[in-house]
Design a protein. Structure first.
Length: 233
């Protein structure tokens, strides 16, 4: 491919850990609800509540915390004590306050990618939390723009890149989610690069379009920078 004129990058689990922290919170939640149900039952109930609430609360730690509270009330038939609800709130607060550290090699890769084309962060979730994480990461200076969206669709990418003076055909989108970062970006006309993360939230799971001519997989941000450096020479 020709060198892109603009590069879009996902944030959570592309630039820093996210799903790992949620998995740890899931484990704590399962332990708190153990008096009422086994872990598999709790997980199934929480997943159903989360799916139902996405249209109301959107993505992120705040919506997840509200879904945990609702699930606790549901599974316990509203018998869960205030002390457990307080611990659930504390778990959600921990997600919001957890230190943000870039994944290995990300800072150096962004330095290199920024010499190829302007970088735009395109992430979904709670605006306050995502802005806070970007500030805490120390990576904000690499980006010429930030787009925090409620959902990632083909139209989302068209609007985001148009906002920064580019058309999808000249853009590359990279991230860890096939469902959110790859498929809709390809539908919009972008080139899309999957950078896998070891853990995938069930809601983000999808099959990668391995045979698509505008799709590629790189094992890390460093590998993405290496590939683009080679393709632009």
């Amino acid at each position: 491919m020709n060198a892109p004129k603009i590069i879009g990058l996902d944030a959570d689990d592309t630039l820093w850990h996210n799903e790992t922290l949620f998995r740890l919170t899931h484990a704590r939640f399962n332990t708190l609800l153990a008096p009422w149900a086994d872990a598999a039952t709790v997980e199934d109930a929480l997943a159903a509540v989360e799916r139902r609430n996405l249209g109301t609360y959107g993505y992120g730690a705040k919506g997840f915390t509200l879904s945990m509270l609702e699930t606790a009330l549901q599974i316990s038939d509203a018998q869960v004590p205030a002390s457990v609800l307080a611990e659930i709130l504390d778990a959600g607060r921990g997600l919001m306050r957890h230190p943000v550290e870039p994944l290995p090699g990300v800072t150096e890769a962004l330095e290199r990618l920024a010499t190829v084309a302007p970088l735009v962060l395109i992430t979904k979730g709670d605006m306050f939390h995502q802005e806070s994480k970007l500030a805490a990461s120390g990576l904000g200076a690499f980006f010429s723009g930030v787009e925090i969206v409620s959902e990632k669709t083909a139209d989302t990418y068209r609007r985001a890149f148009a906002h920064h003076g580019a058309v999808p055909e000249d853009a590359l989108m990279a991230g860890n989610s096939v469902r959110s970062d790859i498929l809709p970006a390809l539908d919009a006309g972008c080139f899309a690069v999957l950078i896998p993360y070891p853990l995938v939230w069930a809601h983000e799971a999808a099959h990668a379009p391995a045979d698509h001519p505008r799709y590629r997989q790189c094992d890390s941000m460093t590998a993405l920078a290496d590939w683009l450096a080679g393709s632009s020479t």
